[in-house]
Design a protein. Structure first.
Length: 254
């Protein structure tokens, strides 16, 4: 069974962390992953930096720009992660944009992910129909879960289509905005969370965007299986460095 599926079966609320590979320093990637697992994180999204990130706000954009300037590339990330499964057992997901994957070669990219122990991919700009028509068989060949995003504006019909096409979890974006642009949840988000809950989807949902502390983590996980923190963690890395990872995790799970 894929590690993501196993993790979703655990009787707990899951905390997933996103960070940008190659940031703050080029060779921080593996140590950050190891320290996150040691601090009790359930799942990690490793961001492949890209020059035109459609869904990312300034904090993650800036970390991507810095990582690219540091010299991070797809090939280098795969090289950094080649032995990651000797020290890390939790699910690892690569999050990025489709252009670098296409440039690398979709099957070659998936094959390399499988070789190093990546469990899933999040490609926000890979449309559902294109995935199903052209790439689904390749993902399944290498046991890679493709994680789709939904927003408050996604129609019920589209959500049902995504649920049918998914076999891991659904990334439930809390608002129609970029990462790091909102803090906390209002009436719109609560209505959205309740709407999705009432749909009885077969896949669990993990909430992302707008989660930055213990309060917002608890609000999000009251309605979902777990939550993802990205921008707040990147800010913490920027201000305090990777050595302060345990401190950050304690503030979320206080």
């Amino acid at each position: 069974m894929n590690r993501i599926n196993r993790k979703m079966q655990e009787d707990k609320k899951l905390l997933s962390i996103y960070f940008t590979a190659g940031y703050p320093s080029l060779n921080d990637t593996v140590k950050i992953i190891q320290d996150l697992e040691a601090s009790g994180i359930d799942m990690i999204e490793i961001g492949l930096p890209f020059s035109d990130p459609l869904a990312d706000g300034p904090t993650i954009q800036n970390s991507s720009t810095a990582a690219l300037k540091n010299g991070m590339t797809t090939n280098l990330l795969f090289e950094q992660l080649k032995d990651i499964r000797k020290s890390v057992s939790i699910p690892l997901i690569l999050m990025g944009y489709f252009n670098p994957m296409l440039q690398y070669g979709v099957e070659a990219f998936c094959k390399k992910c499988a070789e190093i122990g990546i469990d899933g991919l999040i490609m926000p700009d890979l449309p559902l129909d294109v995935y199903q028509d052209e790439y689904e068989a390749i993902f399944k060949k290498y046991d890679l879960k493709n994680i789709f995003l939904i927003t408050p504006q996604t129609s019920d019909n589209r959500i049902q289509q995504i649920d049918t096409a998914s076999d891991a979890f659904i990334y439930m974006v809390s608002s129609a905005s970029v990462t790091g642009s909102k803090s906390g949840f209002g009436t719109e988000q609560t209505t959205y969370f309740n709407r999705i809950g009432a749909m009885n989807l077969k896949n669990p949902q993990i909430v992302g965007f707008g989660i930055n502390n213990a309060e917002t983590f608890q609000q999000a996980t009251a309605h979902a299986k777990g939550a993802i923190i990205g921008s707040a963690f990147i800010k913490h890395l920027t201000e305090k460095g990777p050595e302060a990872i345990p401190e950050f995790v304690r503030t979320i799970r206080a």
